[in-house]
Write a protein that binds this ligand. Structure first.
Ligand code: ATP
Length: 217
């Protein structure tokens, strides 16, 4: 179990803190508005009313003992930046900060924040990708244009041999595993025969994964 602090309990901050709690972590929620604290007080490990632009108030929260601090103050640029400056002064290392605009992002990165989150853009990208590739359940960028994708095998692929599905891309696209019902198959042999509702996890260059898409629908 890890310990996290979330500053700003709007829709984004409250979702992060509730999900971390559900995952079994200890969460401190901080907000300057009593109504947001009252709403979550009995759901989080600790909930504190404090102004995050006040360095003394932040110092009293003993934030150095947390594994990471999330700053989820979006709209109020000044409050977000002041809060980040104070957290940096206090020596907080693991800092995740929500940004609401490009200038906000630029300032945060100049302040040395390495984890800058753009929830709307990131979610928008995910929705567009899901609409573009409806056969892809989940994907994860691994960097260097390599992706990990989870694909649900549709009925028309029942009985297809894996190597026939991957064809020319099989040297560059790796089959990480297949999930069939509750069983995981790994490593996956080339002659593996696919069944409807198998969940295929593939990794490889985006261009190769894209070229597979027409065979999957
Ligand atoms: P969301 O979309 O997640 O609801 P938002 O961008 O609409 O976020 P904001 O106005 O950015 O909402 O604020 C998010 C939360 O941060 C609010 O609950 C607000 O009370 C809190 N907040 C704003 N300023 C401070 C501050 N100085 N100290 C602590 N909490 C703050």
């Amino acid at each position: 179990m890890a310990q996290f602090a979330v500053i700003g309990l709007g829709r984004f901050g409250s979702t992060v803190s509730l999900e971390l709690t559900r995952l079994g972590h200890q969460v401190l929620g901080v907000d300057s508005e009593p109504k947001f604290i009252n709403r979550l007080a009995d759901k989080l490990s600790y909930a504190v009313i404090a102004d995050a632009t006040d360095e003394q108030a932040l110092a009293e929260l003993d934030l150095l003992r947390y594994d990471a601090v999330v700053v989820a103050i979006g709209e109020d640029l000044e409050a977000s930046i002041l809060c980040v400056l104070h957290l940096k002064n206090l020596g907080v290392q693991q800092l995740w900060v929500k940004a609401c605009s490009n200038p906000h992002h630029t300032i945060l990165s100049r302040l040395g924040v390495s984890r800058i989150i753009h929830p709307e853009e990131e979610m928008g990208l995910k929705v567009a990708q899901a609409l573009n590739y409806p056969m892809i359940n989940q994907y994860l960028s691994l960097g260097n244009n390599q992706y990990l994708v989870e694909i649900l095998v549709h009925k028309h692929l029942e009985g297809t041999v894996l190597s026939a599905l991957l064809k020319n891309s099989r040297h560059e696209v790796k089959t990480v595993l297949v999930k069939r019902h509750s069983e995981l198959v790994a490593p996956v042999p080339d002659d593996f025969i696919l069944a409807t509702d198998d969940c295929l996890v593939l990794a490889g260059p985006l261009s190769m994964l894209k070229s597979l898409a027409p065979r999957l629908v």
